[in-house]
Design a binder for this molecule. Structure first.
Ligand code: DQQ
Length: 642
């Protein structure tokens, strides 16, 4: 893969940080006994090392962080205070003047800004837009508010990378400077023309609330960084068709080729409560004609945002070009449901003659079946990467704290780690999603354990795996359900378990068991990601996976949902596997090889840096065996503007 000399130079010097190598003395847990003298000497060391600017920020943090934490701990809540009580106590004195307690900006940014996920330098970000590979660079555009940490004034931010992990921020690519996008340059896609030139088609929102589709071209296609974009003078090229409200017409997809050589694309819309993907045809990617039929629609799913439509190979893990159409491929149709803010997809076939999508299983159609992610993940968009012959999926992960907290910290949202997606040729009814291979380049020190027996109620620390940035792979033996089901009497009625009822604290026969990540030594904060195997009324064993945020943070006003869903485990699979990426305020769990994914946002105040520990736990009444666990400390990635 071509290398970017600028990035290389940055990485040589800055790939690692103190966060990974050891405890950051300015921000480690502070006991009340800690002396002012020792804090001062630690500060001096950092001043030497990072220079005046960094030291200034950290000194603000060191002054404010213990104060903020003391407020949340000894003085106000005590170790036995429940989360509910904590909320009550911390609402009393207000840092913001409106009853909401937030951490000071420097503290929150230090603790919760991710270290290897894509984030702009500051302010609000939402949907990924127009990802592509062009002349040796991955390009990433994103919905961005240059003026603040909440949604509004939306432009297309732009960054490039040679490995999808290390990014250079470029100037804003598209700004609202026309009547048709004065209210915002909204989401859209890139299509590579036959001559290889990328064309952006995006939604413009006018001040009157009208949504239209618009085209922009590279100002200089020979520039691999594509720094300048020019809007077509004939914009808008599409206005909402009859029967579609002007406010329900947005987010054009990447175009693909019809059998007659013309281009096709879809635009998301709704009619009453039916979500739909309108179909358009064009010879030149600029003049579009509405087709009589829609690509697909599903009743009661509401507005379809950010539709994505792409083929997947039924054998092998390689990706396919968006316009590949062959009888042997399957198609994925994804819609982001505005009503629920979840990304749903269906696997099916594409009839090239009728130009319609047909789900393999109508009970798992777009919007009513599978989700890419059972946590926080929205407005996703995929692209074909010709350099590595794979399809890559980007998704927006919003904050789970309050808007007030976002304004206080000065930024909001991250992008999920880009995922390679392919067809699951074992279950044949879902996609597999795994972090792109390049993430492994960030792996540092590793700890490994084999054959760890977790007795009922057992808790085992994975020593040497403390830190706020980890990549963890763990494999459990599938519980020995045969013996217990034969013994009878001990079976758990799985119909009574739901991830949200009790979370990791609920005790069953074969669950919960899994990991506690970002856990402080007193377990005042911890995020449990776990399996729960149970027996259903239909006489089937079923496996759930859950991500429990109820005790992730001592902060008030953060989301405490327990996310969860079922994961298919085949009869030939006598194991349960889990890979978890932990990056300070994001926990991404890839279950059973990527068959199911849950992303959570968490805001630890105690369980940070070297005070963030990793544990194996088993809260089931049966022993569980851990076949192996490997955990790597993850290096930080500096992001730079040029
Ligand atoms: N975000 C964009 C819209 C899109 C929505 C506006 C999805 O184009 O429908 O920022 O998050």
């Amino acid at each position: 893969m071509p290398k970017n000399p600028l990035l290389e130079a940055f990485l040589e010097n800055e790939l690692d940080t103190e966060r990974n190598e050891g405890e950051n003395p300015l921000c480690r847990p502070t006991s009340q006994e800690e002396t002012v003298a020792s804090k001062t000497s630690q500060s001096i060391k950092l001043i030497w090392r990072y220079g005046l600017l960094f030291a200034t920020v950290c000194c603000i943090a060191v002054l404010c962080y213990p104060a903020a934490r003391n407020f949340l701990t000894e003085e106000n809540i005590g170790s036995t205070t429940s989360h509910h009580e904590l909320k009550r106590v911390t609402h009393a004195p207000s840092a913001t003047g409106d009853g909401i307690q937030v951490l000071p900006r420097e503290v929150a940014s230090y603790l919760h800004r991710t270290s290897f996920h894509f984030q702009p330098e500051k302010n609000w970000m939402n949907d990924p837009n127009g990802p592509m590979y062009y002349k040796g660079y991955y390009h990433f555009f994103y919905q961005y508010n240059p003026n603040g940490a909440v949604w509004g004034d939306i432009v297309w931010g732009h960054a490039v990378s040679t490995d999808l992990i290390h990014w250079l921020y470029l100037d804003i690519a598209l700004v609202p400077d026309q009547w048709y996008d004065a209210y915002g340059v909204w989401s859209g896609s890139v299509t590579l023309r036959e001559d290889g030139v990328p064309i952006i088609i995006y939604t413009g929102a006018s001040n009157a609330g009208e949504q239209t589709q618009n085209v922009a071209y590279p100002g200089d296609p020979s520039d691999p960084l594509l720094r300048r974009w020019v809007k077509d003078q004939e914009n808008p090229i599409l206005r909402s068709p009859p029967g579609i409200n002007i406010k329900d017409f947005r987010d054009p997809t990447t175009a693909w080729k019809d059998v007659d050589g013309n281009w096709l694309m879809t635009v998301g819309a709704k009619k009453q409560k039916t979500g739909l993907a309108l179909l358009y045809k064009s010879v030149d990617l600029k003049h579009w004609e509405l087709q009589e039929n829609v690509l697909h629609s599903v009743e009661s799913t509401g507005m379809w945002e950010c539709v994505d439509f792409f083929p997947v190979a039924v054998q092998g893990h390689h990706g396919l070009e968006t316009y590949t159409a062959a009888p042997t491929v399957k198609y994925v149709l994804k819609a982001s449901l505005d009503d629920t803010r979840h990304d749903h997809y269906a696997l099916g076939s594409y009839n090239v003659m009728s130009k319609t999508f047909h789900p393999d299983d109508p009970t798992r159609d777009t919007g009513i079946g599978l989700r890419y992610d059972y946590g926080k993940f929205y407005a996703s968009k995929s692209f074909f990467d010709p350099a590595q012959q794979r399809r890559i999926l980007w998704g927006w992960v919003n904050e789970s704290d309050s808007e007030v907290a976002d304004i206080a910290k000065g930024w909001s949202s991250v992008q999920a780690i880009p995922r390679t997606v392919f067809y699951d040729d074992k279950t044949k009814n879902n996609l597999i999603q795994v972090p792109v291979e390049e993430v492994k380049e960030l792996r540092g020190a590793r700890v490994s354990e084999r054959d760890v027996k977790l007795v009922p109620g057992g808790l085992v620390q994975v020593k040497g795996a403390s830190g706020g940035q980890l990549d963890i792979e763990v494999v459990f033996d599938y519980p020995n359900i045969t013996k217990l089901s034969l013994d009878g009497g001990q079976m758990d009625d799985g119909d009574h378990f739901d991830c949200s009822q009790g979370g990791a604290a609920h005790r069953g026969v074969f669950g919960p068991f899994g990991l506690l990540v970002l856990a402080d030594e007193n377990f005042q904060e911890r995020t449990a990601v776990f399996f729960y195997v149970s027996y259903s009324k239909e006489g089937k064993w079923r496996t759930r996976f859950c991500s429990d945020q109820t005790r992730s943070s001592l902060l008030p006003d953060v989301d405490t949902t327990v996310y969860g869903s079922f994961v298919e485990v085949l009869p030939s699979e006598d194991f349960l596997s889990l890979r978890v990426l932990v990056d300070r305020s994001i926990v991404e769990s890839f279950v059973q090889g990527g068959r199911m994914v849950i992303t959570s946002r968490v805001y630890p105040t105690m369980a940070t840096d070297q005070a963030a520990h990793l544990y194996l736990f088993n809260n089931a009444t049966t022993s569980i065996n851990v076949r192996n666990i490997d955990a790597w400390q993850m290096h930080s990635v500096p992001m730079h503007a040029i």
